[in-house]
Design a protein around this ligand. Structure first.
Ligand SMILES: O=C(O)CCC(=O)C(=O)O
Ligand SMILES: [Fe+2]
Length: 250
């Protein structure tokens, strides 16, 4: 058990420079990768110290609103915890700084898919929309996998309001902290065979990917493909990730 004092320290912790680091990312390249491949990676956005600090707060129950043991629900093997309000600074900053550059892509995708929903420029305004509809519980989460654990292919939908992109960060060092445990995306195309994408990540890298679907350009305009993500079986060690989902939950 972590003491109350260190729990408060994790909550208060400043992550200097995170907004600057997010602003410095090549958002044109990210948009192109998302359009072309259905996912984009961002290298080393979190420092090793930030990764370690986040991973180490997993046992600190006061930071979380609930714990999910995946095997109990048929979700896979391993566990995760949803952060409680107030979110730790680094998690809150990731949510508020990654949202604005993704809004343009989200709105463009909805237009291509013939969906009427458009997203406001600021995350606070989008959260207000979620909260007014009863989606008030925070969705950022910390995941922990041990040897033999895996995360079944899924979609993180938590109510009517959905921001169509989400981000997952690898907090552990592949090859040193764990082996196996690869991030996997699948794309189910209408009347076609499915396509899988394995996304190699290093510590502190993030992967940006669609929550439930994305537009793909065909010969007669855009069609909608259904997306799922998961994690392959860990062969050894321990793997932590943090998931940044922009809509809140009912
Ligand atoms: O552990 C992972 O890489 C996947 C995490 C996940 O499912 C999520 O962030 O929504
Ligand atoms: Fe997920």
């Amino acid at each position: 058990m972590v003491s109350g004092a260190s729990t408060a320290a994790v909550r208060r912790r400043r992550a200097p420079g995170l907004p600057e680091r997010v602003a410095a990312l090549d958002w044109e390249r990210i948009a192109t990768d998302l359009d072309t491949h259905g996912c984009a990676t961002v290298g080393g956005l979190l420092s090793p110290a930030e990764c370690l600090e986040l991973a180490e707060c997993y046992p600190s129950d006061a930071l979380f609103r609930s714990r999910v043991v995946m095997a109990r629900h048929g979700f896979g093997r391993g566990e995760y915890k949803y952060f409680a309000w107030p979110l730790p600074d680094v998690v809150s900053q990731l949510r508020t700084t990654l949202y604005p550059p993704l809004v343009g892509i989200a709105n463009r995708w909805n237009e291509a898919m013939g969906l009427d929903v458009r997203y406001p420029d600021a995350h606070a305004a989008f959260l207000e929309r979620c909260h007014e509809a009863g989606q008030t519980r925070p969705t950022p989460l910390l995941l922990r996998y041990g040897e033999g654990d895996y995360n079944c292919l899924h979609q993180d939908l938590y109510g009517e309001h959905v921001f169509p992109l989400q981000v997952a960060f690898l907090l552990s060092v592949p090859g040193a902290d764990f082996t196996g445990g690869e991030f996997v995306l699948t794309e189910q195309r209408p009347r076609m065979q499915s396509r899988a994408e394995v996304v190699p990540l290093g510590q502190g890298d993030g992967v940006i990917f669609p929550v439930h679907h994305r537009p793909v350009k065909g010969t007669r305009g855009y069609y909608r493909v259904n997306m799922r993500h998961g994690v392959s079986r860990l062969r050894s060690g321990q793997r932590h990730t943090v998931g940044i989902i922009f809509h809140d939950a009912r």
